[in-house]
Design a protein around this ligand. Sequence first.
Ligand code: NAP
Length: 255
Amino acid sequence: MCYRHIDTAAAYFNEREVGEGIRRAGIARKDVFIETKIWITDYGYDATLHAFEKSVGKLGVDQLDLLLLHQPLGSAFDRTLDAYRALEKLLADGKVRAIGVSNFMPNHLTRLLAETSIVPAVNQIEVHPYFQQTTLQRMHAEHRILTQAWSPMGGITSYGGGEKSTFDDPTLSQIAQQHGKSTAQVMLRWHRQEGRSAIPKSTKAERIAENFDVFDFEFSSEQIAAIDALDTGVRSGPEPDSITLDNYGIKIPEA
Ligand SMILES: NC(=O)c1ccc[n+]([C@@H]2O[C@H](COP(=O)([O-])OP(=O)(O)OC[C@H]3O[C@@H](n4cnc5c(N)ncnc54)[C@H](OP(=O)(O)O)[C@@H]3O)[C@@H](O)[C@H]2O)c1
């Protein structure tokens, strides 16, 4: 088993542990892809440049593979744009290998594309069978932005005892049975077959191995259509514009 792509964020408060885990794994830096995110309290040109130093300091690396803005700050979008301009500078200086955004909706992307120079490589957004954001995904395709699915197996649909879990979905269970796979594997294969990046999470070694084992089967177009048809259009995560400095203004510590 060889996961080589780690998604973390300043606001997860685990960058130090991620760095330590990578070092303990004994793999070469070039063989692991490290992605992290700047939190909204660190938006603004100089603040974001400093936030990069905080993140690499905690991770214990010199360069990041991908650096994202974690959220659009709809209530202070000029600051969001300045933060993105700082990412552009870090890219130009070779301190990050790619830059992108997360939870940007079409209106945020439209302004970003109009007012900055570099098209984001990635928009990391909530995508799982119950919430697919197809209009936004089409916009990504037009601009050659990679859709990266967070909660790719719909974990967020069952956190806090949500009533309808993707893992128990009858359509997914039926397709899983047809391939001798689990519903988790069906969802991960679906992302792969539709060309998305997916960042599954598990705390359990056997599930981590299971979630990696998705490269030896393929869906028919009917099976893909059946999964696509599960979209409810209902978001489980927070509405991006509901996130403000007042309600999510957590401070990110120094390295
Ligand atoms: N950009 C953002 O705003 C944002 C927001 C949320 C998440 N994310 C990113 O997305 C990643 C994944 O999201 P997520 O954790 O919300 O959702 P997820 O990966 O879709 O689901 C994780 C949940 O599913 C369970 N699970 C994992 N593998 C399973 C399997 N094979 N069978 C049954 N259950 C399984 C996990 O439990 P166990 O741990 O007990 O296995 C956990 O409860 C996060 O780690 C984070 O990096 C980003």
